[in-house]
Design a protein. Structure first.
Length: 78
């Protein structure tokens, strides 16, 4: 017997990002973090770093809080 822990744990949010959405977020997040670490300075460095971190994390976990608030999901029908 196998248990899908992601769907059985009430504290884990249900994924609301599809595969393409997640891929774009991961690539964009990595790019922005790279720019923040190696190319920018000042306020633009901080903004790019924060935006990059959020994009990368949401892409990796597959959940976006803003999508949840607005009832958006890019996960395809299963």
């Amino acid at each position: 017997m196998t248990i899908n822990h992601m769907h059985s744990c009430p504290s884990m949010p249900q994924p609301n990002e599809g595969k393409t959405d997640r891929t774009i977020r991961i690539v964009l997040g990595a790019f922005l973090l790279g720019a923040a670490l190696f190319g920018l300075s000042g306020a633009s460095q901080v903004i790019a770093g924060l935006a990059g971190a959020v994009a990368l994390i949401t892409g990796l976990i597959g959940f976006c809080g803003l999508y949840k608030i607005f009832g958006i999901s890019t996960v395809g029908k299963r």
